[in-house]
Design a protein around this ligand. Structure first.
Ligand SMILES: Cc1cc2nc3c(=O)[nH]c(=O)nc-3n(C[C@H](O)[C@H](O)[C@H](O)COP(=O)(O)OP(=O)(O)OC[C@H]3O[C@@H](n4cnc5c(N)ncnc54)[C@H](O)[C@@H]3O)c2cc1C
Length: 252
């Protein structure tokens, strides 16, 4: 099975970040990491490709930097990468991103497209479904388990109450949740091999996609500081207060 995986390189969430004062966009350092969300998609793709004698192609849009995040995914075992890096795409909204990713995927042979459900830095959570619609294939979203016989894919789709079982014939897109599989750590051999694997860097023009950012951030406000929680002192009745608070928050 030929699997395409959407992966995003993001600034390391553990380091400080800054915003461009003119555009309010995140300043993206050369050093970027593979979004942790996408490690699950890469692992899922590798397991499926191993079971069904396939290949894994990474597809990414964003400033290439020093390719650290892409190399991380290649070191896990992916075969090659296509990276769309184009200054004209800076500030792209999710639909433009989806158009670019769909065009990059359409150039490849694929049976299955895998994406995360929500990125760590943008977290709009709609790119995968848009990519599927643009490719004209079904999307199975929020997968906590994925099974395939090579010609159809079944997932357990996480819901508020539990899960639904849904399936579709290939080609299909699946968005996976964290925990769908346990991502492997790259081996030393994998890290060395990743340096030699092909990374095809293209522009929007190469894909025939018009770069239309479509969004402008007018202003940005810092998130309000977290307020201290309410302390409940237990004098024998604390559980009642805790239950009342949970009910008020509609958690139970
Ligand atoms: C020059 C340039 C600068 C950019 N700067 C920023 C920025 O400052 N902040 C920012 O958030 N984005 C930036 N992007 C990327 C792009 O604008 C966002 O990826 C896009 O808006 C998607 O939003 P999201 O992350 O909320 O997607 P979501 O829908 O939350 O992502 C869900 C899943 O879709 C897939 N996906 C989403 N985006 C991409 C992608 N770009 N490549 C591959 N797979 C993807 C991943 O599998 C992800 O787990 C930049 C792109 C370029 C070309």
């Amino acid at each position: 099975m030929k699997v395409a995986v959407c992966v995003k390189q993001i600034p390391d969430p553990a380091s400080d970040y800054s915003l461009d004062p003119a555009t309010h966009n995140l300043v993206r350092p050369a050093e970027q990491v593979l979004d942790d969300t996408d490690r699950y998609g890469v692992e899922m793709a590798l397991q499926i490709a191993e079971q069904h004698e396939g290949s894994v192609t990474l597809v990414s849009m964003g400033p290439s930097g020093n390719l650290q995040g892409i190399r991380q995914a290649l070191a896990m075992g992916a075969d090659k990468a296509v990276l769309v890096d184009d200054e004209e795409l800076k500030g792209s909204d999710s639909l433009t991103t989806a158009k670019v990713l769909a065009a990059a995927i359409a150039r490849e042979e694929y049976d299955l497209v895998i994406a995360g459900t929500e990125s760590t830095d943008g977290y709009s959570g709609i790119v995968p479904q848009q990519v599927a619609a643009l490719l004209g294939i079904p999307s199975l979203t929020y997968a906590t388990q994925v099974d395939t016989d090579g010609s159809s894919v079944s997932i357990r789709r996480q819901t508020a109450a539990g899960y639904d079982e849904v399936s579709a014939s290939t080609p299909v897109l699946v968005s996976v949740t964290a925990g769908v599989v346990e991502p492997r750590y790259p081996t030393f051999k994998g890290i060395m091999q990743a340096k030699q694997k092909p990374v095809d860097t293209v522009t929007a023009g190469d894909l025939g996609v018009e770069a239309s950012p479509g969004q402008a951030i007018r202003s940005v406000q810092p998130a309000p500081a977290r307020e201290a929680g309410e302390k409940v002192v237990d004098e024998g009745e604390a559980h009642l207060q805790v239950v009342a608070a949970l009910e008020q928050a509609k958690v139970v």
